[in-house]
Write a protein of this length. Structure first.
Length: 67
């Protein structure tokens, strides 16, 4: 029964992550894990800083990606 419970938990986490990506909500937990694993020398933004930065990057006019 414990295995099924863990599988359901993993499924739910992935479903939530996928839904957030689809609607454009940034995933703070993934960001923190990435920063700690790949850039330990750099500080981690607070959730509020991260959210503001992601929204500015997403809705920036003029600059940014071409497509």
């Amino acid at each position: 029964m414990a295995g099924a419970s863990e599988a359901l938990r993993r499924f739910w986490r992935r479903a939530v992550q996928t839904a957030r990506l689809v609607i454009g909500v940034p995933d703070y937990d993934t960001y923190v894990a990435h920063m700690r694993a790949k850039h330990p020398e750099r500080g981690v933004m607070s959730y509020e800083e991260f959210f503001d930065e992601r929204m500015r990057a997403r809705y920036r006019s003029g600059g940014g990606r071409c497509c």
